[in-house]
Design a protein around this ligand. Structure first.
Ligand SMILES: [Zn+2]
Length: 332
């Protein structure tokens, strides 16, 4: 795992020369919040696994990557065969149930592992494997149906800059230069909100180039619509609501904390010398959410209305200056 040199400036962040191993800590604001939301999040995760491969069967995209355990392989093979699809194993990855892996981890000897598979037609599977073996992120992303703008962003941040968490450059994509900025406040297209991916809640399988990426928004809409068609109506409603909550991501010294009104998640991120904060101002407030003056516990007061289109908001703050009023609708 490549770590940057000490003090390197990357995407407006000053990086430190270490990287923590992946971990996940989830803290709920109350037992009531946990009892209500934890089963719903698990149901969304199960639905998402089906949506991933069904999106290939339904022609939304040409391939998908799944991570499955031994016990699921036989059943998956039979299911895919009925759809004229196959699954080719790409790698063995450490089985770490519930832990988001920023990069696939090799399993230790004799340790439990899962298979990472590509699901596609036989013809596409072979082409995908060529791209995989060549290590071509652009071609892999192309076969997986990721938007071109996001593939370019992935190459720049994940591959070339070796970041493991592109949240800051994603937010920066809506304002430009972030080298003098420490906090960015914005409204997201909810399909582009991937801050809940650490607990398996997301509307797109990739990392969007920005929180307002229109191509990612359309891709996410198609996947959520498919979820409804597959009968996951309740799960999709919960997913949309969660992605419309307010989120705060803050990162310092290799630890990111993601706060929502019902839970806080701590995960490994790129080690930065300064604290960087991204706030997504949502339009929904969850049942059993904790109320308080501090963001994200204080807003919004209104209940969730999926049809309501929020006014674009982007404000940026640094230690010295604070400016606002930039137009976040950079969707061109
Ligand atoms: Zn994009």
């Amino acid at each position: 795992m490549r770590a940057p040199s000490y003090g390197t400036q990357v995407c407006g962040m000053r990086l430190l020369d270490f990287r923590l191993p992946d971990f996940l800590r989830v803290a709920w604001v109350s037992q009531a919040a946990r009892n209500y939301w934890s089963p719903r999040i698990q149901a969304i995760q199960r639905a998402w696994n089906d949506i991933e491969w069904q999106s290939v069967a339904r022609g939304i995209r040409r391939s998908a990557i799944l991570t499955v355990g031994h016990s699921e392989l036989v059943e998956l093979g039979r299911t895919l065969c009925a759809e004229k699809l196959i699954a080719l194993p790409l790698a063995r990855v450490a089985a770490t149930p519930g832990v988001y892996q920023s990069r696939a981890m090799e399993p230790a000897d004799d340790a439990p592992f899962s298979y990472r598979l590509v699901v596609a037609s036989p013809d596409v599977s072979l082409k995908f494997m060529d791209a995989w073996l060549a290590g071509s992120a652009a071609d892999i992303g192309h076969f997986l149906g990721y938007p071109r703008c996001c593939r370019t962003f992935f190459q720049r941040t994940w591959v070339d800059a070796a970041l493991i968490d592109p949240t800051w450059p994603m937010a920066g994509g809506q304002i430009g230069d972030t080298s003098e900025v420490r906090q960015i406040d914005l409204t997201a297209r909810f399909e582009c909100n991937v801050l809940a991916r650490f607990v398996g809640v997301r509307a797109v399988p990739h990392l969007p180039c920005r929180f307002s990426c229109p191509e990612s928004g359309s891709f996410g809409s198609a996947l959520l619509e498919l979820g409804d068609e597959l009968g996951f109506t309740g799960e999709m409603a919960d997913l949309k609501e969660i992605l419309n909550w307010s989120f705060e991501w803050s990162a310092l010294h290799g630890v990111a904390e993601v706060r929502t009104p019902v839970m806080k998640v701590a995960v490994a991120t790129d080690a930065t010398a300064e604290c960087h904060v991204v706030r997504l101002h949502g339009q929904a407030f969850p049942k059993h959410g904790a109320r308080g003056h501090r963001f994200p516990y204080g807003s919004p007061a209104r209940s969730f209305e999926p049809s309501r289109v929020p006014a674009p908001l982007v404000t940026i703050s640094s230690l010295e200056v604070s400016s606002e009023g930039k137009d976040g609708s950079d969707q061109g």
